[in-house]
Ligand binder design. Sequence first.
Ligand SMILES: N=c1c2ncn([C@@H]3O[C@H](COP(=O)(O)OP(=O)(O)OP(=O)(O)O)[C@@H](O)[C@H]3O)c2ncn1[C@@H]1O[C@H](COP(=O)(O)O)[C@@H](O)[C@H]1O
Length: 87
Amino acid sequence: MKTFDGLFDELSEKARVRPEGSGTVRELDSGVHGIGKKIVEEAAEVWMACEYETDAEAAEEMSQLIYHLQVMMIAKGLTPADVYRYL
Ligand SMILES: N=c1c2ncn([C@@H]3O[C@H](COP(=O)(O)OP(=O)(O)OP(=O)(O)O)[C@@H](O)[C@H]3O)c2ncn1[C@@H]1O[C@H](COP(=O)(O)O)[C@@H](O)[C@H]1O
């Protein structure tokens, strides 16, 4: 099973190698503005899933929100440690 840190390492590698067909590379290329829109969209989907859908669907939306947050962290040059220090 993937962890937060494991996914972050995987996405950082995608950003470094920039493989053909990577959605992460495409999203990074959309910049902070584009990534920010995905975060807002996904946050709304988390809310709606928690209100009206199953727990499994809510969990899936949460995983997608985490993914887009990680893409933003990479775009901003932030590491998990930068975030964890505020938890
Ligand atoms: N965990 C994720 C992940 N979560 C969400 N997403 C993206 O976020 C989108 C959210 O899905 P939605 O159904 O809400 O959006 P959609 O409207 O259907 O799709 P869009 O048109 O908005 O892209 C998905 O289509 C993916 O593009 C993810 N994309 C990639 N990953 C993982 O990231 C890693 C690297 O992926 P690549 O960079 O694509 O190789 C792999 O391990 C992937 O499993």
